[in-house]
Unconditional design. Structure first.
Length: 391
């Protein structure tokens, strides 16, 4: 329902087309008034006026529902519903019971266009008016049972759908706000960590530099020792900064799954992804390599595949070499028709996985393209990584 845009005004061409089709589908229930005009035995003048009234009603109803926004109800909306109600009453009283179905559309429009508080009263009022008109027209009582429940349920359903769409939009806005706050908090945390890492080291470098400067004229040997200490402190500070930054930059599988969902959805690709990453215990470097694999695969799907659907699975498997964590990304795109030679991204990805003891497989399938990345599930003891020496 949310893709139809009920409860909000469409802003894109695709949304306008989809909402127009959705509104048009439900106009099929106007077959009773149309049949009455064609076969009801009315005079030519009555048929002309009936067609005119029906066309005006449908146009007014479609414009009202199509341009409904999630803002507060305006006097124009209330006035439009009043006009539709008056049209329905006049046409039903003058042309007969077949025209009672127009009240169902008025009830539905009330649920779609009014606020929840106003819509509840409007739906009941329209249903009550329809009941009174049905009792006033010949044989209207037989139509009342088949129209009263649709009028009540149709209006209530539109109220629920509109509220659902509004809640979904507010939830998206809240998520965006939370993401922005999280990014701000992450920047503050990085700033605090860098301050803690560099504050002491830079202060020590400054003091030793001043001391070496005072010793240099009379005691060059002692000054040289201070300079050597400055070099050691600066190298250690560089190591600390690299470790801190690499920790912040290391991608996590759970974060990449969330990012993949956003990227695929934004590209108009149906995303079938697990809601959370597996709880399997793996080394940080292995998880990072798997996260890079997911990012590279999703990037290729978005940019090159032309796919309409992408499926991502994260599974724990037992192999002859031991337990592994397997990531598979499969799409139904045909690509650009070029041979399936690996690019620089996939080549680098395979090298990254091999360093962690994992592997990468890519292959064309009958439906599209499939990438499978595997890493060992159990972390193995490793020696500390040499982050490098020298500036």
């Amino acid at each position: 329902m949310s893709s139809v845009g009920i409860g909000q005004r469409p802003t894109t061409r695709r949304a306008r087309v989809v909402k127009s089709l959705w509104i048009g589908i439900w106009l099929v229930y106007l077959s009773a008034p149309v049949s009455d005009l064609l076969h009801g035995g009315h005079s030519t003048g009555v048929r002309v006026l009936g067609w005119l009234g029906l066309v005006v009603f449908v146009a007014w109803y479609a414009i009202l529902v199509f341009r409904t926004s999630r803002g507060e109800t305006t006097l124009l909306v209330v006035g439009s519903l009043a006009v539709l109600t008056a049209q329905s009453t006049l046409l039903a009283l003058t042309l007969g019971r077949e025209w009672l179905v127009l009240f169902v559309y008025v009830s539905t429009a009330s649920g779609a266009a009014l606020t929840a508080r106003m819509a509840r009263w409007a739906i009941v009022a329209v249903s009550a008016l329809m009941t009174a008109v049905a009792l006033a027209v010949p044989d209207g009582r037989s139509y009342l049972a088949g129209l009263l429940i649709p009028a009540l349920l149709g209006g209530a359903a539109m109220m629920g759908v509109r509220q659902l769409v509004r809640t979904t939009i507010e939830l998206r806005e809240a998520r965006a706000t939370v993401a922005q706050l999280a990014a701000n908090e992450e920047r503050l945390r990085l700033a605090r960590d860098l301050h803690d890492l560099l504050g002491h080291s830079l202060s020590l470098i400054t003091l030793k530099s001043e001391l070496a400067g005072r010793m240099l004229p009379a005691h060059p040997e002692k000054a040289a020792l201070q300079v050597a200490d400055i070099e050691k402190v600066s190298r250690q500070a560089l190591v600390d900064v690299r470790e801190a930054v690499s920790g912040y930059r290391r991608p996590r599988l759970a974060g990449e799954l969330a990012g993949a969902k956003v990227a695929l959805t934004a590209a108009g690709i149906t995303a079938d992804l697990p809601t959370t990453a597996t709880e399997t215990d793996i080394a940080e470097e292995a998880e990072s390599a798997l996260a890079w694999a997911l990012r590279e695969a999703v990037t290729n799907v978005v940019r090159h595949s032309g796919a309409r659907r992408c499926t991502v699975e994260v599974l724990s498997r037992q192999t002859l070499e031991g337990p592994v964590l397997e990531l598979s990304v499969e799409d139904d795109g045909m690509g650009d028709g070029s041979p399936g030679t690996p690019g620089n991204g996939l080549t680098g990805l395979a090298e990254r996985l091999e360093k962690t003891g994992g592997s990468l497989e890519t292959a064309r399938t009958r439906q599209g393209f499939r990438l499978v990345a595997r890493v060992p599930a159990n972390p193995s003891p490793t020696t500390p990584t040499d982050v490098g020496s020298g500036p």
